[in-house]
Design a protein. Structure first.
Ligand code: ADP
Length: 407
């Protein structure tokens, strides 16, 4: 008998025969539909090799099944008609279902039709037709007997071993507790900032009076100390303003006060303030005159300030910042480029999330709120914001706004 290893194609011929005989590979292996009889020799086939292959296959199947059943994430596999083929233990536990109540049922019928949501149906159908997948689709379902659940759904097309038919693998990440905690945190932060504003205003008022007094008395040392206090009061005010803004975004109360203004002029004004205060970097600007937007001037100015101060803050060894504004008849694009630390690919997606900060060996302080607030402001204006960055080379933050064109 030849000791040569079987070519892969030949192994698959044998496996396919097992499939065609009506049994799945798994069943074939487990129930030993394929009998390994050392005395029977298929011409040209090394039976030992075949047995080894089947053992490996059985091991792989058992192994993947064990993983699927052990993962804490609820998983469910659907067929083309969106009926449940299988689900893991976590799925049954989370949704208080049994295999009997679940298998072969349309997903929309489970849990007294709680899953019957048009948007979900649309996404699942699209996967099979267009060969796409979806990630982190947030679903808020009020289940009978279980209560309200907020879930992130991830789905992709897969192939079943039986007949190689198409199926959908759906993974459900229950984020109900996280969302509740986030809400509590926002509420707490909003409440605390609100409560702190009054005493801080009073402290500021008295420190300004005291400053005048020290100036009158020509007390240089006293004036030095009070100016330090004033600087910290201003910092506290900015922090609280960020908290209050986050709170109003979260509660849907971020109001925009729009008017038509010249964006080129605003950018120049913001840059001139930086040229005055931030001497470490030179800011180069290339813009376009006569570009107007219908937007909240104050908030667009805050967004620019945030992007420019980040560009300075995260590029301490660089000397310049490039700002570019260009437009087409429909939109205006503004980008702020620095030559600093840069951001890793994985972290680039996260920098616009609340409280996200890239792990920082340089001890640069911050709250991780500026970009979140900026992105919410831009989104509220129907614009887009994104970052392109190369680690250790620098970052370019870009946003767009619809252009105002006088009819
Ligand atoms: P903060 O600067 O207060 O931490 P932001 O929301 O403005 O908060 O930024 C979030 C994070 O994104 C920062 O902590 C920093 O890690 C990263 N980041 C922002 N801008 C830049 C930049 N220009 N270069 C490198 N990293 C940046």
């Amino acid at each position: 008998m030849s000791k040569e290893r079987l070519p892969y194609s030949r192994k698959s011929v044998v496996i396919n025969r097992a499939k065609q005989s009506g049994a799945s590979v798994k069943a074939a292996v487990q129930k030993r539909h394929i009998k390994i009889d050392h005395s029977s020799i298929i011409p040209g086939v090394d039976v030992n090799d075949l047995k080894r292959s089947l053992d490996i296959l059985k091991y792989a199947l058992d192994y993947s099944e064990a993983i699927v059943d052990t993962v804490r994430l609820p998983l469910v596999v659907l067929n083309k008609k969106l009926q449940v083929l299988t689900a893991n233990k976590s799925f049954y536990d989370t949704f208080k279902l049994t295999p009997k109540k679940t298998e072969n049922k349309l997903i929309y019928m489970l849990n007294s039709r709680a899953w019957n949501i048009p948007k979900l149906r649309h996404l699942l159908e699209k996967i099979l037709v267009k060969n796409t997948h979806f990630e982190n689709f947030e679903l808020d379902i009020n289940f009978p007997h279980i209560g309200r659940r907020i879930m992130l759904l991830n789905a992709r097309k897969t192939y079943r071993q039986v007949n190689n038919t198409e199926a959908i693998l759906l993974a459900l990440d229950d984020v109900t507790v996280e969302r509740q905690l986030e809400k509590q945190k926002d509420h707490f932060i909003g409440m605390v900032s609100h409560e702190l504003i009054t005493p801080l205003t009073v402290i500021k008022l008295f420190s300004q009076q005291f400053e005048k007094y020290l100036v009158d008395k020509k007390d240089k040392e006293g004036f030095f100390y009070i100016s330090k206090i004033a600087g910290q009061i201003e910092r506290l005010e900015q922090l609280m303003a960020s908290f209050t803004k986050v709170y109003s975004i979260q509660t849907g109360n971020l109001k925009l006060q729009r008017k038509i203004f010249n964006l080129n002029e605003l950018i120049k004004l913001v840059i001139s303030d930086f040229r005055f205060t931030a001497k470490s970097h030179t800011i180069f600007y290339k813009g376009q005159s006569g570009v107007f937007v219908y937007a909240d001037k104050e908030r667009i100015s805050q967004t620019l300030i945030n992007l420019i101060s980040n560009a300075i803050k995260y590029s301490p060894d660089a000397k310049k910042i490039n700002i570019l504004m260009k437009s087409n008849p429909k939109e205006v694009t503004v980008s702020v480029r620095d030559f600093g630390f840069g951001i890793n690919k994985e972290e680039q997606e996260k920098v616009f999330e609340r409280f996200f900060r890239v792990e920082d060996k340089n001890n640069i302080s911050g709250l991780g709120l500026g970009l979140y607030i900026s992105s919410e402001i831009i989104k509220r204006h129907m614009g887009k914001i994104w970052v392109k960055s190369v680690k250790d080379k620098g970052s370019t933050f870009t946003f767009t706004l619809p252009r105002y064109v006088n009819q």
